[in-house]
Design a protein around this ligand. Sequence first.
Ligand code: NCD
Length: 303
Amino acid sequence: MRSLIDILDLNTDEISQLIDKANDIIANPAKYCEKCKGKKLATLFFEPSTRTRLSFEAAMYELGGNVLGFSAAQNSSAAKGESVADTAKTTSCYADIIAMRHPKEGAPLVAAMNSSVPVINAGDGGHNHPTQTLTDLLTIYREKGRLDNLTVGFCGDLKFGRTVHSLISALSRYQNIKFVLVSPEELKLPSYVKDVLKAKNLEFVQTTDLDSVMPELDILYMTRVQRERFFNEEDYLRLKDSYILYTERLINAKSDLAIMHPLPRVNEISVAIDEDPRACYFKQVLNGKFIRMALILMLLEVE
Ligand code: NCD
């Protein structure tokens, strides 16, 4: 039995298999509509979510399975003081697979250690978000036809942005990726993620200036400033609008730039850009469902 807690729990061959499977699901959805008949997915969400939870649930329904769970900590026995370990033991009596989101880093790992069914990390604090990374990799592959030889810009809250941490860690295993890290001084990439790049001798630059690096980017991954991880509101208010992508900023960008964002968007991308063919963030939303279908099939060992 396998869980997915960190994106590195999957090797690059397995990631390729998941991408191939997701592409096959997109091409032949009818083939998959009964694959998980009789199976149940539990979504245990101790933190707000729209896309991640709904895409997991839609994924399981489209595989013919069923879904149970809760969407807020206050609706669960966590509000009475129950531990993550006990919640996981309990849920594994009722469900065949669990997707868990939690504000505490490491909570899904604790759940996996106490569960008799696979656990998927659906985001743990400011740490990791491996299924968003699978979504992002599928999107990059579908847009660019490759996962190597890319210059990838990450912009915004690189300190608390868990999607950034997992995607950088995933991309560090592909050939000739250049990482361009754009953030305010206070929101730079944490050293534990930077150490991965240094240890592998990978090329990266850190800057506060988005416009100066725009022309070289193949991918621009915008992020929201993570208000809920800040210790004080003043710092958040000062930093929240550090980078706003508006149309004029794309004048010197490549014509085949892929503009990505895990969403939710607050103010980081002007809605006018939604009409630009380079905008990929709503494609990511849809891809998220297909790659989660592929992941559920893999972890449940369904042929
Ligand atoms: C992200 C998350 O929850 O980390 N959202 C998502 O899952 N698509 C990004 C964010 O909240 O900013």
